[in-house]
Design a protein around this ligand. Structure first.
Ligand SMILES: [Zn+2]
Length: 307
């Protein structure tokens, strides 16, 4: 009999949620339902935890008992205790706060945490744009820059449970200090607010709108971000033998304005592998990717599909 799992994708504005169903011998799920509610993040960690519980309980009331709950979170957590270490974009204090076990107990199923960009990668690599990839790099471009790696259909989390932190590789040794403490991370030079700042506008959406109208300052800002993004992608392709890069997140709504300069820069940067053999794709699952991936993390947490 098929098991059902809940996925909750915790974002600063919305909690996107999904219920998936997976046959016992299958890895590819059916999405039973997906939707979103407001996070109410400004009310702090306790309120956010209560919102997650409310959504989880509503989903079990409507869709029956589930075998697990996956929670996609915008940051880093202790993989043993489930306590939050660092949520850079949600008002706290979050350090040491416990989400996993209280949500699991209240919803009545074991809970699993996964970083939101890794959840995105797991979903896109299982049923989305990267489902046929041998080695896939998932990239999320939004407030920050996130990522994940899938090898032979399995999410690779590495020795410390944090592998895939695409945005925190150094691409500019003398660049600005990053939120993580390192200098010159890809995120520190190419995130949305950096593009906006260089374009002289309030936010990344305005920067892409100006670029669409041919504004030279905005075009220059995007070209610079794309330059660093291509360095980051080329590094990972060279080291891991990535055949498919799937790009998502809010900034990808600008579509080819983001993608084209990256593809061009990547062509110059890749020497050992022909760039033509690396597919650079837009994400296929839309906003539900994070929730579906979180549910998949709950499904696969004790199996070889997440390692
Ligand atoms: Zn960093």
């Amino acid at each position: 009999m098929a098991d059902r799992y809940i996925g909750l994708d915790l974002g600063g504005t919305n909690i996107n949620y999904a219920v998936i169903e997976v046959e016992p011998d299958e890895t590819r799920p059916t999405v039973v339902v997906s939707d979103k509610v407001r996070t109410q993040a400004h009310q702090g960690p306790v309120r956010v935890r209560d919102r997650l519980i409310e959504v989880g309980q509503k989903l079990t009331a409507e869709h029956g008992t589930v075998a697990g709950v996956g929670i996609g979170v915008p940051g880093i957590f202790d993989t043993e205790t489930g306590e939050i270490k660092f949520f850079p974009n949600l008002s706290g204090p979050w350090e040491g706060f416990s989400l996993r076990d209280p949500v699991g107990e209240a919803v009545g199923a074991p809970a699993t945490l996964i970083n939101d960009a890794r959840a995105f990668t797991l979903a896109e690599g299982t049923i989305g744009a990267g489902k046929d990839a041998k080695v896939m790099l998932g990239v999320t471009l939004g407030t920050g820059i996130g990522g994940g790696i899938m090898i032979d259909g399995k999410l690779h989390l590495g020795a410390f449970g944090t592998a895939g932190e695409f945005g925190h590789q150094t691409v500019d040794p003398d660049g600005p200090v990053c939120g993580c403490g390192n200098r010159g991370c890809l995120e520190a030079v190419a995130k949305g607010s950096k593009i906006a700042e260089a374009a002289g506008v309030d936010n990344a959406v305005a920067a892409f709108a100006a670029a669409g109208e041919g504004d030279p300052r905005a075009l220059n800002a995007i070209a610079k971000a794309s330059y660093f993004l291509a360095i980051g992608i080329a590094n990972v392709v060279t080291v891991f033998g990535v055949d498919t890069v799937v790009m998502g997140g809010g900034i990808m709504s600008a579509g080819d304005l983001v993608l084209d300069p990256v593809v061009t820069a990547l062509d110059e940067r890749l020497t050992l592998v022909p760039a033509s053999r690396v597919s650079i794709l837009k994400a296929a699952l839309g906003v539900k990717a994070g929730a579906v991936g979180a549910a998949l993390a709950a499904r696969f947490k004790d199996s070889a599909s997440v390692e």
